[in-house]
Design a binder for this molecule. Structure first.
Ligand SMILES: Nc1ncnc2c1ncn2[C@@H]1O[C@H](COP(=O)(O)OP(=O)(O)OP(=O)(O)O)[C@@H](O)[C@H]1O
Ligand SMILES: [Mg+2]
Length: 570
C-alpha cells in the first residue's frame, strides 16, 4: 500500500494563523481567499480555483484562482463559465477525482495559452444546504494524482467553507460579527485539525477524542459526549469536560433516550425542551449520573449512515442554553466529524482486512510448500523403504525397522494432509458453509474428541436462496475451527458441543467444551482468540469467550447474516 505524503504540519498551522490574524476584517472575499490557500496547502496542488454559481445554478458567475501568475492569466483570456469537466461538477455535485482531466469524456480541451493540467480534484461547496459553487484543484506537486486522503481533506474544507461563507454573508457590516467570525475560524481550526489527524492515519480512538475535545471548545460546553452504536449496544465512545469518572466505555440502554430520537429523526434535539428534559434524566446518560440543564444532541450522519450522536451539555458562557448559532456550528462540525469517523473506521477495517488477507496468503503458501516439498520428499522416502522391504533380502531386525518407518511415515503423511486441509478451507468455497463445518467437526471427532453437532443454516435448509457472503462464511468457519483446536490443545476436553443457528438476519455459533477452562483476563502470546475477535469485528459481528479455571470454555459468535445476493436485490 502506498504511503501518502502528508503536508507538513507547519503549513496548516500557518493557514490558521493567517485566518486568526485577519478575523477583524474578514469579509466574503477574504474567506474565499483563505479557503483556496488552505485547499492548496492541504493537498499540495499547484493550482486552486473556486467557481461560484450564478442564480440559475447552471453556470459559473465567478472564477477565483490561485497559482497563476498575472501574465498567464492574461494570456488565457476569459475565465471558464462551467462547461466541460467543470460542468460535470455543476450538474452532478459530488467529489470528482481524475488522474487526467483531459481524458474525461466531457473534456473539450484548454485554451491555447493555458498551462498543461492532468491530475484533477473537484468538490462541491454548499452554503446553508444550497449549492454555492465548486472547489477545483489541479496538478498535485510531485505525484501523478490526488489521493483519497486529499479528497477527504478537501471535502472537510468545503464543509467549513460553506459555514464560513454563510457567516460572512450574514454578518458582513454588523458589529457583532467579530465574535461570530472568531467562532467560525475555530470551526475551521477544528475541522482542519481533524482532517490532519486523519491524514496522519491516526486511529479511531484518537479521532473520537479529538472530536469530543474540539467540539466542546467550539461551543463552550461544560461537557461533550460521543455515543456510538457497537454490535447492537450504545457505548460512550469519547467524552470531554466535567463528567462522572469511568463514563467512557459504558454501555447505555438506548431505549427511550434523546440520542435515539435524534438518530431516528436525523435532527438536532435540545435537552432543555419537553419532553427531552425528562427523557434525558431517566434514560441513557442521565441514568449514569450525567446532569444537564440544557444541551444539544446532534446526530452524526455520514451519507445517511448513523455514526453516533454528539451531546453537548450546558453552555459555560452566557449559558446554559446554546444559541441557534452554536447549534449551526456544532451541526457543521458534526458533519465533518462524521466523515472523519467513517474514514478512520474504513481505514482501520481496510488495514485489518489486509492483515488477514496477508495471513491467508501466507497460509496458502505454507500449504503449497508443505505439499510440494515435505509431502513429496516423505513420500519418496516411503517409496524407497517400501522397495527395500519388498526386496526382503535383509535380516528380520532390519525388516522390522523398515516396517516401523513406513508406519511412522504413513502417520506423518496423514498429519500433514490434515494440516493442509486445515490451512486452506477450499472445501468451504466448493461445498458451502454447513458441509464444511460438518467436515471440520468430523475431523475433530476422528482426532479423538467426541463432538456433538447441531447445525441448521438457512441456505442449506432452503430458507434462503443465497449463501452468506464469502467473508462471513470464512469468519464463521475459522472461529469454529480455532475454538475446536483450542479445546483439544489446551482444554484437555473430553466432550464438545457445537451449535450453529441461522435466521434471516443473524448467524449464531456456540462452541462449548468441558475442559479445564482458563482465566480469560490472563495475557497470552497466542493469536487464536485475538484472531477470532478480529474476524468477527471485521464482518460486523462479535465473539464472546466465557471460561474460568475448572469450568470449561464457551465461545459464542454472533454474526450478521449478509448474503451474496443482497446487492442484486438492492
Ligand atoms: N478451550 C480452551 N480451554 C482451555 N484453555 C484455553 C482454551 N482456549 C484458549 N485457552 C487458553 O488461552 C490461551 C490463548 O489462546 P489462543 O488461541 O489465543 O492462543 P494459542 O492457542 O495458545 O495459540 P495460537 O492459537 O496462536 O496457535 C491458550 O494458550 C490457552 O491457555
Ligand atoms: Mg489457539
Amino acid at each position: 500500500m502506498a504511503e501518502t505524503e502528508r503536508p507538513p504540519t507547519p503549513a496548516v498551522d500557518r493557514v490558521l494563523e493567517v485566518a486568526r490574524s485577519v478575523i477583524s476584517d474578514l469579509d466574503l472575499e477574504t474567506v474565499l481567499g483563505h479557503v483556496l490557500q488552505a485547499a492548496r496547502e492541504l493537498t499540495g496542488a499547484r493550482y486552486a480555483a473556486l467557481g461560484v454559481l450564478d442564480r440559475s445554478r447552471s453556470e459559473l458567475e465567478r472564477f477565483i484562482t490561485l497559482g497563476f501568475d498575472d501574465a498567464t492569466r492574461r494570456a488565457i483570456g476569459p475565465l471558464p463559465r462551467g462547461r466541460g469537466v467543470l460542468g460535470e461538477l455543476i450538474s452532478d455535485p459530488v467529489p470528482l477525482r481524475l488522474a487526467d482531466v483531459g481524458a474525461h469524456p466531457r473534456s473539450y480541451g484548454f485554451p491555447p495559452a493555458h498551462p498543461p493540467m492532468t491530475s484533477f480534484l473537484g468538490v462541491p461547496v454548499f452554503v446553508a444546504g444550497e449549492p454555492f459553487g465548486n472547489l477545483y484543484l489541479t496538478e498535485k506537486t510531485g505525484v501523478e494524482r490526488f489521493t483519497e486522503e486529499d479528497e477527504q481533506a478537501l471535502v472537510l474544507l468545503a464543509e467549513f467553507a460553506g459555514v464560513a461563507i454563510d457567516h460572512a454573508r450574514r454578518y458582513s457590516g454588523l458589529e457583532s460579527r467579530h465574535a461570530e467570525l472568531a467562532q467560525t475560524v475555530d470551526a475551521l481550526e477544528a475541522t482542519i485539525e481533524i482532517a490532519r489527524a486523519l491524514g496522519g492515519q491516526t486511529d479511531l480512538r484518537t479521532i473520537l477524542e479529538l472530536v469530543a475535545k474540539r467540539g466542546r471548545a467550539l461551543v463552550s460546553a461544560r461537557a461533550l459526549v460521543i455515543e456510538r452504536e457497537l454490535g447492537g449496544d450504545t457505548v460512550v465512545a469519547a467524552a470531554a469536560g466535567e463528567l462522572p469518572r469511568d463514563l467512557i466505555g459504558q454501555r447505555l440502554d438506548q431505549h427511550g433516550t434523546v440520542s435515539e430520537a435524534a438518530l431516528r429523526t436525523g435532527r438536532t434535539l435540545r435537552l432543555e425542551d419537553d419532553p427531552n428534559r425528562a427523557r434525558f434524566g431517566r434514560h441513557g446518560l442521565g441514568r449514569h449520573g450525567v446532569r444537564a440543564e440544557a444541551g444539544l444532541a446532534v446526530p452524526l450522519l455520514f451519507r445517511g449512515q448513523r455514526q453516533g450522536v454528539l451531546i453537548a451539555i450546558d453552555r459555560l458562557e452566557d449559558g446554559p442554553r446554546f444559541s441557534a448559532d452554536d447549534q449551526r456550528l456544532l451541526e457543521a462540525f458534526a458533519a465533518s466529524a462524521a466523515t472523519a469517523i467513517a474514514t478512520a473506521e474504513t481505514v482501520a477495517a481496510e488495514r485489518r482486512k489486509q492483515t488477514l488477507a496477508a495471513a491467508e496468503q501466507e497460509r496458502a503458501r505454507w500449504a503449497r510448500e508443505l505439499h510440494d516439498e515435505t509431502l513429496q520428499s516423505i513420500a519418496a522416502v516411503r517409496l524407497g523403504l517400501a522397495a527395500q522391504l519388498r526386496a526382503g533380502a535383509d535380516p528380520d531386525a532390519l525388516l522390522e525397522t523398515i516396517r516401523e518407518s513406513v508406519d511412522t511415515l504413513d502417520g506423518e503423511i496423514g498429519t500433514l494432509r490434515a494440516l493442509i486441509t486445515d490451512l486452506r478451507p477450499a472445501a468451504l468455497d466448493e461445498i458451502g458453509a454447513q458441509p464444511a463445518i460438518e467436515d471440520l467437526v468430523e475431523r475433530a471427532r476422528s482426532g479423538g474428541l467426541p463432538t456433538e453437532l447441531s447445525i441448521s443454516m438457512a441456505y442449506e435448509r432452503g430458507a434462503q436462496p443465497d449463501r452468506l457472503e464469502s467473508e462471513l462464511e470464512t469468519a464463521l468457519y475459522r472461529i469454529i475451527q480455532e475454538a475446536l483446536t483450542n479445546a483439544g490443545r489446551h482444554g484437555q476436553a473430553s466432550h464438545m458441543w457445537v451449535e450453529v443457528e441461522e435466521d434471516a438476519t443473524t448467524v449464531r455459533a456456540t462452541i462449548r467444551d468441558d475442559g479445564q477452562g482458563f482465566d480469560t483476563s490472563a495475557k497470552t502470546t497466542g493469536f487464536g482468540l485475538a484472531g477470532m475477535h478480529e474476524r468477527a469485528e471485521l464482518v460486523g459481528g462479535t465473539v464472546e469467550v466465557a471460561s474460568g479455571p475448572g469450568e470449561g470454555t464457551t465461545v459464542r459468535a454472533t454474526l450478521p447474516a449478509r448474503r451474496r445476493g443482497a446487492s442484486r436485490a438492492a
